[in-house]
Design a protein around this ligand. Structure first.
Ligand code: NAP
Ligand code: MG
Length: 401
């Protein structure tokens, strides 16, 4: 059988620890036998980031702008312990943060659904995708403890023009205050990434905030979304047969619980932080959660939502058997290959991505799975496989279906 050809390179960002081991095995067992893999390879493993003064991360993001699609392995975000462990020149920044800043993108997280691992919310039949605005609000707030009576104010001193002041509160006793901000251009990029991804997925887009209470701050989010939608996306949404829907955050939460899923839920920074943990726990497993960074220009970078699975890596280094779930990492590859195929008009690549995803799901539904899933699956006749046998079993399913 001829291998599938790729016209344009896919940007490949290798990573760290257990996921780096799985990365290699996924390529050898599930990709290279079937595809003439055309990638532009960047080693984002911590050792190479350190050796290149983290330039490799920037180069990989620039390449993503050039080619449009990337696939990324989980990477270590250094902390003090890692600086020592790897003898780092400095505590390099989070690669995901660096890439996100260059692409100005938004992260969308979606659970992979299989029979036998049922969401705790029983009416959820389809995945719910969460998009979190990753700039500002409480995450960049400044705060002050107010020790006793006195007046607190918000002050704006424009470069040109007259100062503006509003009273926050006239304190009679001790209290606390907080100053939050956001930037219109960041909200605009967030909105465009959400509209682009909704079109890409042909799914409804929901957005919610508390604009009835926050008449300037949250209302600006609502207005920016509405203006961009009217001006740039309304017709495209109509043609695609999808809708954009705004509501209050409390109404959104109630509707999400009663929905059957199958939509994208755009959240302000704090809401996204909190709700993404709720959604991923309710759907079952971090190891079954995919993630894609979408830029407002429509560049895509796919990865697993989980980290490098350090605990399993050290067991592996000790010669012990591991049972690490590779599904989210495989889906990062299939997501990227499908997108590459769509952009290049390469239906064989698209259909290969579909087949590989189906093979992963069928393998698990047939009862062959890693330990993390066996602990929560209601499937009868479960067989727990180690990290490598699980990938081989997926290959088996792929070959025989
Ligand atoms: P983690 O790698 O997500 O793993 C946390 C725990 O979740 C694991 O110990 C394991 O539980 C379970 N788990 C996660 N993925 C799994 C999988 N595929 N199969 C089976 N079990 C899985 O988080 P971490 O250990 O806190 O972080 C390790 C490193 O990853 C850190 O250096 C961090 O900076 C980095 N990180 C990177 C990214 C990214 O690149 N996107 C994201 C998050 C974290 P058990 O041990 O109970 O089996
Ligand atoms: Mg959180």
């Amino acid at each position: 059988m001829d291998k599938i050809k790729m016209q344009t390179p896919l940007v490949e960002m290798d990573g760290d620890e257990m996921t780096r081991i799985l990365w290699q095995m996924i390529k050898e067992e599930l990709l290279l036998p079937y595809i003439d893999l055309n990638t532009q390879y960047f080693d984002l493993g911590l050792k190479n980031r350190n050796e290149t003064d983290d330039k490799v991360t920037v180069e990989s993001a620039e390449a993503t702008k050039k080619y449009g699609v990337a696939v990324k392995c989980a990477t270590i975000t250094p902390n003090a312990a890692r600086v020592e462990e790897y003898g780092l020149k400095e505590m390099w920044k989070s690669p995901n943060g660096t890439i996100r800043a260059i692409l100005d993108g938004t992260v969308f997280r979606t659970p992979i659904i299989v029979k036998g691992i049922d969401p705790v919310v029983r009416n959820w039949k389809k995945p719910i995708t969460i998009a979190r605005h990753a700039y500002g609000d409480v995450y960049k707030a400044v705060e002050m403890k107010i020790p006793g009576p006195g007046k607190t104010e918000l002050v704006y001193t424009p470069e040109n023009g007259e100062e503006q002041r509003v009273t926050i509160h006239d304190f009679n006793g001790a209290g606390i205050i907080q100053g939050q901000h956001n930037i219109v251009s960041s909200i605009e990029s967030f909105a465009r990434s959400c509209f682009e991804y909704a079109l890409d997925q042909k799914q409804e887009l929901w957005f919610a905030s508390k604009d009835t209470i926050s008449k300037q701050y949250d209302h600006t989010f609502k207005d920016v979304f509405a203006e961009i939608f009217e001006a740039e996306y309304k017709d495209r949404f109509e043609k695609a047969g999808i809708t954009y829907f705004y509501t209050l955050i409390d109404d959104a939460v109630a509707r999400v619980m009663k929905s059957e899923g199958g939509f994208i839920w755009a959240c302000k920074n704090y809401d996204g932080d909190v709700m993404s943990d709720m959604i991923s726990s309710a759907f079952g497993s971090l190891a079954m959660m995919t993630s894609v960074l979408v830029s407002p220009q429509g560049y895509f970078e796919y990865e697993a939502a989980h980290g490098t699975v350090q605990r399993h890596y050290y067991k592996h280094l000790n010669g012990e058997e591991t049972s690490t779930n590779s599904v989210a990492t495989i889906f990062a590859w299939t997501g990227a290959l499908r997108k590459r195929g769509e952009l290049d008009n390469n239906p064989e690549l698209v259909s290969f991505a579909d087949r590989l995803e189906k093979a992963c799901i069928k393998t698990i539904e047939d009862g062959k799975m890693t330990k993390d899933l066996a602990l929560i699956a209601t499937t009868g006749n479960k067989t727990v496989l180690n990290s490598f046998d699980f990938i081989k079993e997926i290959r088996n399913t792929l070959e025989n279906n």
